[in-house]
Unconditional design. Sequence first.
Length: 512
Amino acid sequence: MSETAAKAPGAPASSGDANRWKALVFIALAQLMVVLDATIVNIALPSAQADLGISDGNRQWVVTAYALAFGGLLLFGGRIADLWGRKRAFVIGLTGFAAASALGGAATSGAMMFGARALQGVFGAMLAPAALSLLAVMFTDAKERAKAFGIYGAIAGGGGAVGFILGGVLTEYLDWRWTFFVNIPFAIVAALGAYFVIREPEGGRNRNPLDIPGVLLSTLGLVSLVYGFTRAETDGWGDTTTVGLFVASAVLLIAFVVTESRVKSPLLPLRVVLDRNRGGIYLSLGVAIIAMFGTFLFLTYYLQVIKGFSPIKTGFAFLPMIAGMMIGSTQIGARLMTRVPARTLMGPGFLVAAAGMLVMSQIEIGSSYASTILPAMVLLGLGMGTAFMPAMSLATFGVEPRDAGVASAMVNTSQQVGGAIGTALLNTIAASATTSYIKDHIATATSKSQQQLVQMEGAVHGYANAIWVAVGMLVLAAVIVVALVNAGKPSATPVVSGDGAEDEVAVPVVAH
């Protein structure tokens, strides 16, 4: 039986702020900047390493410093947005991110570069949840919300791939420093636009005192978790420090949950994650991102090292996936979200993406782009775009306005942690399979060219093995959705905000 909440008699049909669509442009621009930055630097890393004299052992910190700060401080950033106001946190986050990007572009040493990347992570952790929570409180009509989150979801899903293209162009034709400087105009335009256009609804702030124990436990716990997976990738799963980091993370995060259940004003109210639908969204997104981010890395190496593509050509090779994400998010997800329950989009979406991964798992040295990579990318993009859009929207459905920032931060946290796990886990699987293949076949290679061929075959064998695991991850994400997400199609209903006033928001119908 279905249960719907009827619209209260005489409730105003609020359509939200008149400038909300203009605001979406600047929110989307900021989100694009953050997502681009996650991949654009990877393309520039070899050039930056050579210029700054960064050792092979330390180069990982260009990526790790950002990931640790961003992943560790997301919940804190979400709470700051709820406390200070989302518009203020958004503008401060943009300003700080631009300054940190300028510092990175002007770096004269490895240490300066690592510090700039960490600062980018700090301000990104404030900016990302503020952007998503602004959408949650500004777009209240179900159909408009679907369109807005469709655009946002497409950018969140496809922006990383765009980063490969932009990173290749800037590095090849200008200089690696422009992969940092390019953020500055993005940030300035988005910050000015937000300052003059965004009008945040009143009454949605959480003015309770900051939960300092929660901040410390969550930050240290998430940093330990992300760093543990990063070390596992380079030093192995059995490394003493790696194991110690995982143990410390488990202890800290358990202590965090216990603390949040007892304090008066928790950093992360457990009601946010214990809701069946939101919990299912956070978990399924994290698992799906494990598959997606690891695959980005393998495809980049496969196209550049095995197929001999240039950085720019590699970037453009990702375009079909971006197109698929845009179509899946804006044309399929956004159009159907108000007509069908979210799980009927998310479950099949993850399965379509898994089918794309399945095609990709068949790669060999001689595989052509057109017959293997292209259809795989289109399916992956369509599936993830279709699944991302309702996931982004449902993650903040029904949440109290005062919790919107922290609920949005959980979306980003699940993605960030999933990305760190995916890169480390799938890389380790690929490396292990490659080593095993080469060991078994190298004895039959009698010439140098044959040995090089075996090494290349071993690398592709490793990629294929890891991609098979990614297929399983996407199927698991679909199972999680079917098991946990039971929200029906959204219907408009008024809810009471933090100041006691009625805010009309789209709330999913729960099927019993």
